[in-house]
Ligand binder design. Structure first.
Ligand SMILES: NC(=O)c1ccc[n+]([C@@H]2O[C@H](COP(=O)([O-])OP(=O)(O)OC[C@H]3O[C@@H](n4cnc5c(N)ncnc54)[C@H](O)[C@@H]3O)[C@@H](O)[C@H]2O)c1
Length: 366
């Protein structure tokens, strides 16, 4: 059972995870390197989002934060510091560690280090791709057998990032944060990597295997300061030969978060945040009318559900008790595709992923 949580990073996600942990009845310590971020949490972000500050949440600057006795540690900092913080957190032996998405920079050296440390540890490690444990995607997985063999799969996360900056009024734009730098985990490839992750989750669940071929077309924005991909369009092939597409961008408005699974007997379509925060699934059966199912939820519900999933995994009663849709391996696999995408776009060729070589540079080849 989880009782005590440490959350590292008191920004947007740190507030969501603190609030969700309190909804679960857990004790929360929230830490940040920046004391201004802690002040902003107490005086602005948390009261504005959830009605009032919660005095039970203890705030610490990172140098004063306790380092033992936590059941769950969450890392909600920018992606370029996820791995060093995760490696340090594993040393504290929590029962579970949740690292926000994207897992890290598209830098394979960092990934191999984390994978090796996690393999030696008893801590269960998760990555914050919350859509994969949402009610709508869980429903899709339950309905998969009726589709017959999965023939193709498309996922799009196309969202103008003005909304992100609206939630961070203290930032003037992408140049002031990791978002403006793909090498730090920003750009469309990193920020909207929920799409790559969902594609991999659906493909794996349908028995199509892991992604082994990536062909990418990326549109980079470079002005002497920022260096990010505004559009990341991928063609993917899996171990079992299933072919499909992912598109992520930071341009499209209104937002489109969508997935379509086409099987031999019909299709399933997922619409993320279709109305407010509600998700929607449409089921198409050949010869029948389409059936629509809604999944009502608030934004805070997304994170409560994610934490419930982690708790259930620790108790061995999760959606899949052995393999979580948000396992560390799933996050590492997503980073392999992000890394392959940049390699493919830069070298203008198809990039193959050989997982037998580990989460290293040597795994990517032509
Ligand atoms: N799953 C989701 O839906 C979701 C939603 C929002 C953000 N995120 C992810 O969460 C991460 C953070 O995003 P955000 O919008 O909250 O960023 P943010 O800029 O609002 O907050 C990050 C905080 O981390 C702090 N920080 C930086 N380095 C630190 C360190 N070494 N130790 C402690 N604190 C440190 C910063 O001072 C800042 O307060 C990103 O990886 C982002 O993609 C995920």
């Amino acid at each position: 059972m989880i009782k005590k949580v440490k959350i590292i990073g008191a920004g947007s996600i740190g507030n969501h995870l603190s609030h969700a942990s309190r909804q679960m009845g857990w004790d929360v310590d929230l830490c940040d390197i920046d004391s201004a971020a802690l002040e902003r949490t107490r005086n602005q972000i948390y009261p504005a989002r959830y009605g009032a500050w919660d005095n039970a949440i203890r705030l610490f600057t990172s140098d004063n934060a306790p380092t033992e006795g936590y059941d769950l540690i969450c890392i909600g900092t920018p992606p370029d510091v996820h791995i060093p913080l995760a490696v340090k957190a594993l040393g504290e032996n929590p029962k579970a560690l949740l690292i926000e998405k994207p897992l890290c920079r598209p830098d394979l050296k960092q990934m191999a280090e984390l994978a090796a440390d996690a393999a030696k540890s008893k801590t269960q490690v998760f990555v914050g791709y919350d859509h994969a444990v949402g009610g709508a995607s869980s429903y899709m997985i339950a309905e998969l057998p009726d589709l017959g063999t999965l023939e193709t799969l498309d996922v799009e996360f196309r969202e103008y990032w003005g909304g992100i900056f609206a939630a961070h009024p203290w930032l003037s734009g992408p140049s002031e944060t990791y978002l403006g730098y793909w090498r730090r985990g920003g750009g469309a490839s990193g920020e909207h990597s929920h799409a790559i992750h969902l594609w991999q989750h659906f493909a794996r669940s349908a028995g199509a295997g892991k992604v082994i071929e990536v062909s990418a077309e990326l549109k980079y924005v470079r002005d002497g300061v920022v260096d990010y991909d505004a559009i990341c369009a991928l063609s993917l092939r899996t171990e079992e030969g299933m072919v499909g597409r992912v598109i992520q961008d930071v341009i499209t408005r209104p937002t489109r978060k969508w997935a379509r699974l086409q099987g031999q007997n019909g299709a399933l379509e997922w619409f993320g945040n279709q109305k407010g925060n509600d998700d929607m699934v449409i089921r198409h059966r050949i010869g029948s009318d389409a059936e629509t199912t809604w999944f009502h939820k608030t934004r805070p519900d997304d994170f409560v559900r994610e934490l419930k999933h982690i708790q259930a995994q620790l108790q061995g009663s999760g959606i899949s008790p052995m393999i979580s849709p948000i396992s560390l391996e799933s996050g590492l696999d997503t980073m392999m595709v992000v890394a392959a995408a940049h390699r493919s776009a830069t070298e203008r060729r198809v990039v193959l992923i050989d997982y037998a070589k580990g989460y290293t540079e040597a795994a990517l080849h032509s």
